[in-house]
Design a protein around this ligand. Structure first.
Ligand code: FAD
Length: 317
């Protein structure tokens, strides 16, 4: 079922989660182990992230270094199929522009369509760690907007081969990313929202936000989106801070603020166990306010550890 239909049918904020594929060589059981404790809260959908290749240097004989491309967390499409099969819940694969030509994207979407996947989250993806800026594939997409356009075309039965006649349209519900604290490359919020509006006008059906720890940022983001004519659901993304180092790492990696009051509480903690308690309480309080304000769905970034999300879900759903 489409995410937007889940939202339409819901009487209150829905619960959803995002998981990461396991590291290469690990079993799918680790995915089940992280989903199992959350199933009693009936997630409307489970997002599965996509991780592109990275370059690493391996030592070879004679002081030589070989540059190798590896994907540490492959398996997004297979995991989506496995989740839908095991839990009868909608899985939402993240599809990125980075590393994909348009025809590879088309083939991936055809696989997803055949598997009965109804939703995708269309993203640009970040640059490869060794590159300073995002570089699209030759014949790949530059922005998430272009990817949305390709999916919308397929939803109209328009594939890349112009001579293909009577192609059956796909019927994907398309989610895109939004940034309550602005995407780090955007010169300002107005510019970022302008491009978000373009993604929406091109045919996106819902927005999922980057994580934030201060609800006023989400409320202001929704207000500004509505003011420029974005009417589709805006799903808040939430995360429990569980370690002292996470506070600075999350801020650096995702370009988000950690509120002073939260950081002050974390700094008083003597152990990470205490930090996790602070993080859980903070997330419960954020979730309660968002739930009471009528947010369409509360989307939790589990990052491979569902125990903390479980505590939050138990307090809200
Ligand atoms: P875009 O919408 O393309 O925007 C990128 C930047 O370009 C923004 O600054 C925007 O303002 C600007 N821009 C957009 N269109 C134009 C234009 N036409 N001209 C000029 N500037 C433009 N990454 C992964 O690799 N895998 C994942 O699974 C993943 N999941 C995510 C899930 C969520 C909910 C979120 C919020 C992010 C996720 N990301 C993931 C990270 C995301 O890929 C990065 O934040 C990336 O840098 C931007 O992606 P985007 O889709 O927002 O890009």
């Amino acid at each position: 079922m489409k995410v937007t239909d889940h939202i339409k049918n819901a009487r209150a904020s829905l619960f959803s989660i995002e998981i990461l594929p396991p590291l290469k060589g690990k079993s799918i059981q680790s995915i089940y182990d992280s989903i199992d404790p959350l199933m009693e809260f009936k997630p409307a959908f489970v997002d599965v992230t996509y991780h592109r290749e990275e370059y690493v240097y391996r030592k070879r004989g004679g002081n030589l270094l070989e540059k190798i491309s590896i994907r540490k967390r492959p398996g997004t499409v297979g995991i989506c199929a496995a989740i839908m099969n095991k839990y009868k819940v909608d899985a939402v694969p993240h599809i990125i522009c980075g590393g994909f030509s348009k025809s590879e994207t088309e083939n991936a979407l055809i696989d997803l369509n055949f598997l009965g996947v109804d939703n995708i989250l269309a993203l640009r993806g970040d640059s490869i760690k060794t590159e300073t800026a995002f570089v699209p594939e030759p014949d790949g997409h530059n922005y998430a907007l272009d990817l949305v356009e390709q999916v919308v075309d397929m939803n109209k039965g328009k594939f890349l081969d112009e001579e293909l006649r009577d192609a059956l349209p796909t019927n994907f519900c398309i989610g895109v990313a939004g940034y309550p604290e602005k995407h780090f490359e955007a010169p300002n919020m107005k510019s970022d929202l302008k491009y978000l509006l373009e993604k929406v006008e091109t045919g996106s059906n819902y927005i999922v936000t980057q994580m934030f720890f201060d609800n006023s940022k989400y409320f202001e983001f929704v207000r500004r989106c509505r003011a420029i004519g974005i009417t589709i659901p805006i799903i808040p993304g939430l995360k429990v801070i569980t370690t002292r180092t996470q506070a600075s790492v999350l801020s650096k990696v995702f370009h988000i603020d950690i509120p002073e009051m939260l950081l002050d509480e974390i700094e008083k903690c003597k152990t990470d166990k205490e930090v996790a308690e602070v993080g859980i309480e903070w997330c419960i309080s954020q979730s309660k306010e968002l739930y009471n304000s009528g947010a369409p769905c509360l989307h939790y970034y589990t990052m491979g550890n569902s125990n903390h999300t479980r505590r939050v879900a138990a307090a809200i759903f």
